[in-house]
Design a protein around this ligand. Structure first.
Ligand code: NAP
Ligand code: GCO
Length: 265
């Protein structure tokens, strides 16, 4: 059997992919041959996304859909299956973060993060799995985080959700591996996107944000990563080349998880 990284003839749904990591992954999938479907919460974002894909020569299919709304997700998946075809590859990418010290965070704020970052991957996966079973194959890729393994001040809800997403990944693998469905995660390190922009803001005195300096010091690569650097691993996990890889979290972090930190000079 020849190893293939091609996604020719595949239909991919990448959630929350108008920009950022989702956009980079979906664009790379299109270049590898896949037909791209994506969603976002607002029409304005979907339109922006469609225009951005078009600029790259990609005819993507865009849908307005809140991934936390089960009825809306089921309707979107049914529409994609009818208009485009069975979803071969799902990337659960849509996510939010709230950086609030735990004791100052309301239960409602905690729930909002869990809802988008953990409940939604459950809802969207559940919507696509039945057709994958019928087809006899499927790939689900959950976008996890450093916070699937590590904690830090102010991100309790996000860490709880991304830790949970790591285990949901292993459970989908356990439950549906028998149907030739592979469910894996990608755990990005610190990536330059709007989500992390507040951590990289130049300070009023012109200096770099202390968190920016902290992250570079924590990363053996000594820099932030770009969304495009996640695309090779994302193609691998969506392609037949990874058919025997299941329930795995592939950390793409420039070495953060391997590193104890800079020794004192
Ligand atoms: P981003 O720039 O904030 O993009 C996330 C996208 O998801 C946005 O388009 C957002 O729309 C959309 N979204 C949020 N809630 C949604 C909902 N309920 N329904 C549909 N779409 C929704 O984030 P990113 O940095 O590209 O991150 C993408 C994923 O990677 C997230 O799961 C994030 O946790 C994860 N991640 C990011 C990093 C990093 O360093 N950037 C590292 C590790 C993991 P709005 O603009 O309307 O909110
Ligand atoms: C934070 C960051 C992180 C990253 C990412 C790390 O505030 O610490 O936003 O959580 O976005 O998920 O992998």
């Amino acid at each position: 059997m020849a190893v293939s990284f091609s996604l020719e003839g595949k239909v991919a749904l990448v959630t929350g992919a108008s920009y950022g990591i989702g956009f980079a992954i979906a664009s790379a999938y299109a270049q590898a041959g896949a037909t791209i479907c994506f969603n976002d919460i607002k029409q304005e974002l979907v339109d922006k996304g469609l225009a951005a894909y078009k600029e790259l020569g990609i005819e993507a299919h865009g849908y307005v859909c809140d991934v936390t709304d089960e009825a809306a997700v089921n309707a979107m998946v049914a529409q994609i299956e009818k208009e485009v075809g069975v979803i071969d590859i799902l990337v659960n990418n849509a996510g939010i973060i709230k950086r609030i010290p735990m004791c100052e965070m309301t239960a409602e704020q905690f729930r909002q993060v869990i809802d988008v970052d953990l409940n939604a991957p459950f809802i969207v996966s559940k919507a696509v799995i039945p057709a994958m079973i019928k087809k006899g194959a499927g790939k689900i890729i959950n976008i996890c985080s450093m916070m699937s393994e590590l904690g830090r001040e102010t991100v309790s809800a996000y860490a709880a959700a991304k830790g949970g997403l790591k285990m949901l990944t292993k459970n989908i693998c356990s439950e549906y591996g028998q149907y030739n469905i592979q469910c894996n995660g990608i755990g990005p390190g610190y990536i330059e996107t709007p989500q992390t922009a507040p951590l990289r803001e130049i300070q009023p005195d012109g200096s770099r944000h202390p968190f920016d300096q902290f992250i570079c010091a924590k990363t053996p690569a000594n820099r932030w990563l770009k969304p495009e650097e996640l695309t090779g691993p994302a193609i691998f996990l969506a392609s037949n080349a990874s058919d025997a890889v299941n329930g795995h979290i592939l950390y793409v972090d420039g070495g953060i998880l391997a590193y104890i930190g800079k020794q004192p000079q």
